[in-house]
Design a protein. Structure first.
Length: 233
């Protein structure tokens, strides 16, 4: 499938202007039943103030006034019109405009602003919501276009909890793995070596040395007579 990125950028600009036109950001609902878009939706709501509904859409959220989770938004943003069909149907009943990320095979019924893009890859979804959040902040004046946005797009990526757990376990196993050679283990206890027992029980640094060694090493003692006579300069 081929998507014109220029058209994608134009639709992102149009969607950002529609979002900024709503004075109260909490009147905007951004929904994603697709798991790859759950983290991007939460991050988008964090930086724009929208109301995020990640995960399963509760039927009757926009139509059943008896439920405790009943909402009356002014704008609905969905990640995939196919997986979020229930949200689109309720928005149509309540006469709520809809912005949707639409792939080449996505239905366009009840969609007011369709952003043509890949809505199945976690990197693509994260990048689209990152661009949309950045443009919204530019238009609101909270960010300066000259300075850019310090938030990285990686923070919008969906991360598998099992994959993160396996990675942490692998890193922990590397740290706790035994050393290859015993001689390189500085934390291992020494063998039978002991500085206290190296010289025996009677070893003492203050005790005089043995007789022969003391005589040979005593530099203050007078030299032997034979040696003195032979070396008398």
């Amino acid at each position: 499938h081929i998507i014109h990125l220029g058209k994608t950028w134009e639709k992102i600009m149009v969607a950002a202007r529609a979002i900024v036109a709503i004075e109260n950001p909490s009147d905007i609902i951004i929904a994603s039943q697709r798991p790859y878009g759950s983290r991007a939706v939460l991050k988008f709501s964090q930086y724009t103030g929208a109301n995020a509904l990640a995960g399963r859409w509760m039927p009757g959220t926009l139509t059943n006034q008896i439920t405790t989770k009943y909402l009356e938004p002014r704008l609905l943003i969905v990640t995939d019109p196919r997986t979020d069909a229930q949200a689109l149907k309720e928005a149509c009943y309540a006469n709520i405009p809809v912005i949707a990320l639409c792939d080449t095979d996505s239905p366009l019924e009840n969609v007011d602003i369709a952003i043509p893009a890949n809505n199945k890859g976690k990197e693509s979804i994260a990048l689209l919501y990152w661009l949309l959040a950045r443009e919204v902040q530019y238009l609101r004046g909270t960010l300066n276009r000259a300075n850019g946005w310090e938030v990285m797009v990686d923070s919008f990526f969906w991360r598998d909890p099992e994959e993160l757990q396996d990675r942490e376990e692998a890193e922990a196993a590397e740290y706790t793995a035994p050393k290859a050679a015993a001689g390189d283990d500085w934390q291992a206890p020494a063998g039978n070596e002991s500085w206290a027992d190296a010289g025996g029980a009677d070893a003492s640094w203050d005790a005089p040395a043995a007789g022969g060694a003391a005589a040979a090493d005593d530099w203050s003692a007078p030299a032997a007579e034979g040696a003195a006579a032979g070396q008398n300069w």
